[in-house]
Design a protein around this ligand. Structure first.
Ligand code: HEM
Length: 72
């Protein structure tokens, strides 16, 4: 949460903006799991999201599902 607010952009986008952008996109979950784990840039700007190598696939998927469900 140092980088993402539930609604507000901090360094990265607010999680609810991420959910809104990918609403209805059935391929987003798997793509975002890869992005969260390996890091990347370009979807929201030039600042990258850092890789999270210590995060398990299962935990990354749980986080992404929570984000895509609106981070409630
Ligand atoms: C486990 C921790 C994290 C999760 C689950 C997470 C999740 C996400 C997600 C789902 C996106 C959207 C990616 C896309 O639309 O392609 C994103 C983007 C981003 N995150 Fe994170 N993030 C995490 C940690 C961080 C940290 C620690 C930082 C800051 C150092 C950060 C900064 C960013 C930035 C700058 C973006 C935009 C990247 C782009 O434009 O493609 N994130 N993050």
């Amino acid at each position: 949460m140092a980088c993402h607010g539930v609604s507000a952009k901090v360094i990265g986008p607010g999680f609810r903006d991420v959910a809104a952008r990918y609403a209805g996109d059935t391929t987003a979950e798997s793509r975002l799991v890869v992005k969260v784990k390996s890091g990347g840039t370009g979807a929201w700007g030039a600042v990258p999201t850092p890789a999270q190598p210590l995060l398990s696939d299962a935990d990354a998927r749980t986080l992404v599902q929570w984000i895509l469900a609106g981070a409630k």
